[in-house]
Design a protein around this ligand. Sequence first.
Ligand code: KIV
Length: 279
Amino acid sequence: MSATARKTAPMPDDIRAMKGASPIVSLTAYTTPMARMMDDYCDFVLVGDSVGMVLHGLPSTLGVTMEMMILHGQAVARGLQKAMLVIDMPFGSYEQGPAQAFSNAARIMAETGAAAVKLEGGVHMAETIAFLVARGVPVMAHIGLTPQSINTLGGYKVQGRGDQTEALMRDAHAVADAGAFSVVLEKVPASLADRMTAELAIPTIGIGASAGCDGQILVVDDMLGLFTAFKPKFVKRYAALGAVGEAAIAEYAAEVRARSFPGPEHIFADAAPQKAPQK
Ligand code: KIV
């Protein structure tokens, strides 16, 4: 499906049907202007809980709340017409069990208009995924490096190497069998991501995985060079907007101090210019 040819946003089933047909393009967004910028080009847009680190300066995603996800979800929804909206379930909003997950997922969907939610976890989340899907909540799964578990994973390491490989394969099959319509693979060795892509009937969305995945996602502030605190290996910077922005701010500050801004074209005269009389 070509994003530019589309008139309405795809639904989770349309994203699932793209497997094997066309690479799925996605980015994160947290604001209306950013969502507008990517709407023509992305098949789906994720309001990731990365919002906590990228926009709110938190040290990890663990402090992100339901209120933050809903506020940013509503902002992004206002900027999208053609791309599907997916919203992350924040840490602590679904792990207690299926009933907690359903009530928070339903709130996210009702208050933002999102078509689906994303949650982290494999085998141990399968029951919750099946519960949500059976009750009308499409779920995008997220396995491999799951940043909400950094304290138990021991940091932001590549997942699924060596003797972890088969356990991660089981995670992939568990979320697909539970009814997830797609699965994000984060920081998974390329050969394992390719195996998952071949074995699963649902699309794999890679981030630090493999060009062979059914789709790719990046954090938009990373790929635009707006978030520069650190750069994971899997990020390609397509622009350096942070540097462009800083140069513009430095120029503005210099002009204000030199009293050369505002110029005559930016200020107002005492009286508004008279309109010519209508004939
Ligand atoms: O929160 C996020 O931005 C994500 C993507 C990295 C997939 O989960």
